[in-house]
Design a protein around this ligand. Structure first.
Ligand code: PMP
Length: 348
């Protein structure tokens, strides 16, 4: 074991058998039946004795079309986690520093440490917004080669306003990564700031909006010179044939995906309003989940009482900076109703 990894803890997300599962920010709906049928039909025609298309040309072209960029600006991998890992293997590593603003997605700092990099953890304000004075301090002190933002941020749900992303971009000495795993649920995307001369990378995933968490497919959009370096670092044939087909076909179901997003956003608003009427602090969300802090009963006790009713949400109450907080993923209307009615009983 490397000495620098000995003290690291793994990433934990407990899975329990429950009736209502609202803990991992998945889509509450399976992909469209027509996608499943088209996928099955194409799978039967795959030449399984051959390696897949190493550069995943058709998938990259499809993603590039979706965002109006060049295929050479797109890099795909096994979930956006592997996208971020490849990026950090390329641009972080021993002797370099990666900046995060906490609380944020745990894997940013975790993967950075796995590459041997040092992590400079900046603090967010008490309301979890980015504190620009702190951003300037961290960037000036640590001179990070990679700086992470996450918008909407997991686990807080907050969107970063465009003005702040622009300000951070103007200050970073290296690369700015905006993790937009929940980007489609938000009102604004940093994709509009992409430019060949700007060291900006935006990562996305098929796991949430596209209802394809089981497929493990994510991607980033970046200047061509970034993607060219990532192609050198990633393992050959890392994207199997089935995954390439799954992703390419999913891109032909944009309307269905957008309908799912609309539904989740409207349910998110319904839940936020209903929860705000309870003795609960509800944080504004641009994602497919809501972070909240019960005021009358301890967060951990609320989580347990929901679990006793076979409703599983994410217990963040013991995480650093998130004392007493819980996170609920938006589910189907029935699941959300059940969650709300149980919450109104256990949180007062
Ligand atoms: N980024 C963020 C902010 C996330 O919340 C997640 C999923 N928990 C991921 C990336 C990873 O997603 P995936 O690997 O499924 O694409």
């Amino acid at each position: 074991m490397r000495d620098d990894l000995r003290a690291l803890e793994g990433y934990h997300s407990p899975q329990v058998q429950v009736r209502v599962r609202l803990n991992t920010n998945e889509s509450p709906f399976p992909p469209p039946a027509a996608w499943r049928d088209a996928f099955a039909a194409e799978l039967s025609r795959v030449e399984w004795h051959r390696y897949p298309d190493r550069a995943a040309h058709l998938l990259r072209e499809g993603i590039a079309d979706l965002h109006g960029v060049l295929p050479e600006q797109v890099f795909a991998a096994n979930g956006s986690n592997e996208v971020l890992q490849t990026l950090l293997l390329t641009y972080a590593g021993p002797g370099r520093t990666v900046a995060t603003f906490e609380p944020t997605y745990q894997l940013h700092g975790h993967i950075a440490r796995l590459t041997g990099a040092t992590v400079a953890e900046g603090e967010r304000a008490d309301d979890f917004t980015l504190d620009m004075a702190e951003v300037s301090r961290v960037i000036a002190d640590a001179r990070p080669t990679v700086t992470f933002l996450c918008s909407p941020n997991n686990p807080t749900g907050l969107e970063e306003p465009e003005s702040k992303v622009r300000e951070v971009l103007a200050q970073v000495p290296g690369m700015l990564v905006v993790d937009e795993a929940y980007g489609q649920f938000a009102g604004w995307s940093a994709l509009s700031l992409l430019d060949e001369d700007v060291p900006l990378v935006i990562s996305r995933t098929f796991s949430k909006t596209w209802s394809m968490a089981g497929t493990r497919l994510g991607y980033l959009v970046a200047p061509t010179w970034v993607v060219a370096e990532l192609d050198k670092v990633v393992l050959p044939y890392h994207l199997d044939a089935a995954k390439q087909i799954a992703g390419r076909l999913a891109l032909t179901f944009v309307d269905e995906m957008e309908a799912r997003v609309q539904f989740v956003v409207s349910e998110r608003e319904r839940l936020s309003i209903a929860m705000s009427a309870m003795p609960i602090d509800v944080f504004p969300s641009g994602a497919n989940f809501i972070l909240f802090r019960p005021r009358a009963v301890e967060g951990r006790a609320v989580w347990q009482r929901l679990l006793d009713r076979s409703i599983l949400i994410r217990d963040c109450s013991g995480w650093p900076r998130l004392s007493g907080c819980l996170r609920v993923t938006i589910g189907t209307r029935e699941e959300n109703d059940e969650f709300l009615s149980a919450l109104s009983e256990v949180a007062r």
